[in-house]
Design a protein around this ligand. Structure first.
Ligand code: PEP
Ligand code: MG
Length: 761
């Protein structure tokens, strides 16, 4: 369809001064002491008037999927708060979905046009809709329509975008909330987010944003010259700070320098500055102009498929953020007090930053991104606080201090929940607490089934702070001590002396209980901050764990020396991660014995006993030569990795991870085979993946012959409780019957069995 361009007609609204005039009128309207709806109505009439059009309407999101006509000048008033459309539906829905303007002189012939009889819009053929958005947050659509067939000039579209930006800011600030308005107040309504479970548990508390939001309180500038000056000063400050960063980075690693150089390039970019200057000339304040630019960057970021370009846009976004903080004076440190029972909200967070908050401070963690197997998840698990990952845009919605409920059992987050939800959540927490009480009573009792089968329950750990749980949970030892956490939380490789001291304290705290140290498992998602990232197409299948240890043995040797020294005169149990073939185990063990020999030559006191195990976390080792089972002093099944490789399903990818049940017959057959091979050679075997801490999975493993399970401390009570009520031989029969029946998973049969009276339910 040909668009007739009409720039320069008597309706011409392209000039900057017209734009400023309109913003000025809007500001006056917004400053008036009126209720939300009245204000919104007034805004539509001002815009319609300034643009010389018959219709101006504002549609805002009712929920993430539905837009609602909230105010109009020109359409039928009865349609307000009645006309709704889903995102993508009709022209308005398309503007919202694509976050791009639609400008047409013949709306009815446009693809997707939907005629809304109740609004009386059939007479209007010209349509211009622009998204109301702020920093990637979709808020609604601003529309103007007229009978005259014309298309708006680029300049007019741009002017409308500036107006939409102001509306976004005002909506954000709650300017349209009030009596009589059916508008759901932004940042005040109850919102639920669904994510992945990083760590179970329930928490009720208040939002603490890792990166507080910057709020632009006055989006309209009084005097463009003043605003231009402010922008100029802020950009100079920014440039100086980037130059300083570059100077202090000195000969830091090349990639870091490259990032800083890119920063400097953006900070000096004419195009970047010019776009913001143009917005100021149209009437925006300097801060709003920066935010508008940032909104555009985010919009581009969401559409660019190229990873490199996305990264660069990310740098630009980060730079705008810094500029905005300089302009508004709202630094990261806002001086706000951390609320009671803080629940940390972040888009993502590294383990170092997380550990800075300290174990006792946080009641829960919610991450917009993150993954179940991320470093944050490991720390959250160690801290035994609920963690939800992959929630989507919660940082845009939550405000510091908001009430928030974290349901780590179902992966649900309730932000600003309604009273009935709070009430039932309290009941749920009370029930969980009562349950925990029951587990405390079990602490010193053995995990022995009704038919007399004894299961050894140990805990997984990774931080010094985990050790107190050894006593409180009733764990019989530490079945897996993940040593990489100490490495992940430091800016440089820890020294041998430091490590020896830490390992020694771990052994001191454990007393006569065994601690199985696992040597460094880095690579894949566990990237050390000081290690050059490997550009590998498939890091989970790449150069990680023992592969790094054997190829570049410097750090592993140092770690082995530290472990030998820490265990002087005591028992040392250690195991190697990610063994995929017998020779790797032999080489790693050889390395250990060489270090022991070296320590002996140096006259150091040696451990009085050394047990060397292997983690079995690649399917290849289930089929290894029997020498693997005879030479290893013990085997620990790393179910997290074993499962991901067995099913070829990335453990960090929520979409594929959940497709495959641990109780799937194929996986159980594999586990059973490993157990049988260990029984044949008399090799102690344990299971230390996350599934060991899930009560039903733990029971099934026990029924299949596993006699040792290592799990997070909070799982020991529930698992022990169930084992003590269980007839494992009976359960085994149920599992065998289900397997013989051709079922894909034994779960339904097991659950049915558990629900029978006297069977653990
Ligand atoms: C495993 O893979 O099951 C395991 C315990 O190791 P991690 O989760 O640290 O990879
Ligand atoms: Mg593993």
């Amino acid at each position: 369809m040909a668009i007739e361009r009409t720039t320069g007609t008597d309706l011409d609204y392209g000039g900057e001064s017209d734009s400023r005039k309109l913003l000025g009128q809007l500001r006056t309207a917004l400053a008036e002491d009126s209720e939300g709806q009245e204000r919104l109505d007034r805004v539509t009439s001002i815009i319609a008037d300034a643009m010389g059009v018959e219709v101006c309407s504002i549609y805002l999101f009712r929920d993430s999927e539905t837009l609602e006509l909230c105010a109009t000048e020109g359409l039928r008033p009865e349609a307000v708060h009645k006309t709704r459309m889903r995102i993508g539906e009709g022209l308005v829905g398309r503007v919202a979905r694509d976050k791009r303007p639609i400008n047409t002189a013949d709306a009815p012939s446009e693809k997707g046009f939907r005629y809304m009889a109740e609004t009386g819009e059939e007479q209007y053929s010209t349509f211009l809709g622009v998204p109301i958005q702020r920093l990637g947050e979709n808020m609604g659509v601003l529309v103007v329509q007229s009978k005259e067939r014309r298309a708006y000039s680029d300049d007019e579209v741009y002017g409308m975008e500036v107006v939409a930006m102001v509306l976004a800011e005002m909506t954000e600030l709650g300017a349209f909330v009030g009596e009589g308005a059916a508008l759901a107040p932004l940042h005040r309504r109850a919102v639920t987010f669904k994510g992945g479970i990083g760590q179970e548990g329930s928490a009720m508390g208040h939002v603490w944003l890792h990166e507080p939001r910057v709020v632009v309180t006055d989006p309209i500038g009084d005097d463009p010259d003043d605003e231009l000056k402010k922008l100029d000063v802020a950009i100079s400050t920014l440039q100086i700070s980037v130059d300083e960063l570059l100077a202090t980075a000195g000969s830091a690693d090349k990639e870091q320098l490259q990032v800083l150089e890119a920063y400097r390039m953006f900070a000096n970019s004419r195009g970047w500055r010019r776009r913001m200057e143009e917005d100021i000339a149209r009437g925006l304040s300097a801060a709003a102009a920066v935010e508008k630019e940032q909104t555009a960057t985010r919009q581009r970021m969401s559409q660019v498929p190229d990873a490199y370009l996305r990264e660069r846009l990310h740098d630009l976004d980060d730079l705008s953020n810094r500029l905005l903080r300089i302009l508004t004076g709202q630094g990261k440190e806002t001086g706000a007090e951390m609320p009671e029972n803080p629940i940390l909200i972040a888009s993502n967070i590294g383990p170092g930053e997380l550990l800075e908050y300290g174990r006792r401070k946080l009641k829960g963690i919610v991450l917009e991104e993150g993954s179940v197997a991320s470093h944050a998840a490991i720390v959250a698990r160690a801290w035994a606080i609920p963690l939800i990952v992959h929630t989507g845009p919660i940082t845009a919605e939550a405000l510091n201090g908001d009430l928030i409920l974290v349901d780590g059992e179902h992966g649900v987050v309730h932000l600003r929940p309604e009273d009935p939800v709070v009430g039932s959540f309290r009941d749920k927490m009370a029930m969980e607490a009562a349950q925990q009480e029951r587990y405390v009573d079990l602490r010193d009792k053995p995990a022995e089934s009704k038919d007399g089968i004894r299961i050894r329950l140990t805990m997984n750990a990774g931080l010094m702070a985990d050790l107190p749980s050894l006593g409180s949970s009733g764990a019989e030892g530490v079945g897996l001590f993940r040593t990489e956490l100490q490495f992940l939380t430091q800016p440089k490789v820890p020294r041998r002396g430091e490590l020896a001291e830490q390992y020694s304290s771990v052994l001191d705290r454990a007393g006569d209980k065994e601690v199985v140290f696992r040597t460094l498992d880095i690579g894949s998602d566990k990237v050390l901050p000081y290690m050059k990232p490997q550009d590998e197409p498939n890091p989970a299948l790449g150069w990680r764990a023992i592969r790094v240890g054997l190829d570049k043995p410097g750090v592993m040797r140092m770690q082995l020396q530290a472990l030998i020294r820490a265990a002087a005169g005591r028992k040392l149990s250690l195991m190697f991660p990610f063994i995929a073939q017998l020779q790797e185990f032999r080489d790693a063990r050889e390395l250990l014995f060489r270090e022991i020999e070296r320590e002996r030559r140096m006259g150091h006191l040696l451990p009085h006993e050394v047990k060397v195990g292997a983690m079995l976390e690649t399917p290849s080792m289930a089929f290894a030569p029997s020498q693997f089972f005879t030479e290893a002093d013990f085997i620990s099944i790393g179910g997290n990795d074993l499962k991901q490789f067995f099913y070829a399903a990335d453990r960090e990818n929520e979409r594929v991870r959940r497709r495959y049940d641990t109780l799937n017959v194929s996986f159980l057959n594999l586990i059973e085979m490993i157990v049988r091979r260990c029984q044949e050679t008399g090799t102690p075997v344990s299971f230390c993946g996350e599934d060991a801490g899930r009560p039903i999975e733990a029971l099934v493993f026990a029924a299949l012959g596993l006699r040792s399970l290592s799990m997070r401390p909070a799982s020991i009570g529930p698992v022990k409780h169930l084992i003590r009520r269980m007839d494992l031989v009976g359960l085994r029969r149920v599992i065998d019957d289900a397997r013989a029946s051709g079922a894909q998973s034994v779960r339904p049969s097991v659950v049915e069995f558990l629900y029978k009276p006297n069977n653990g339910s």
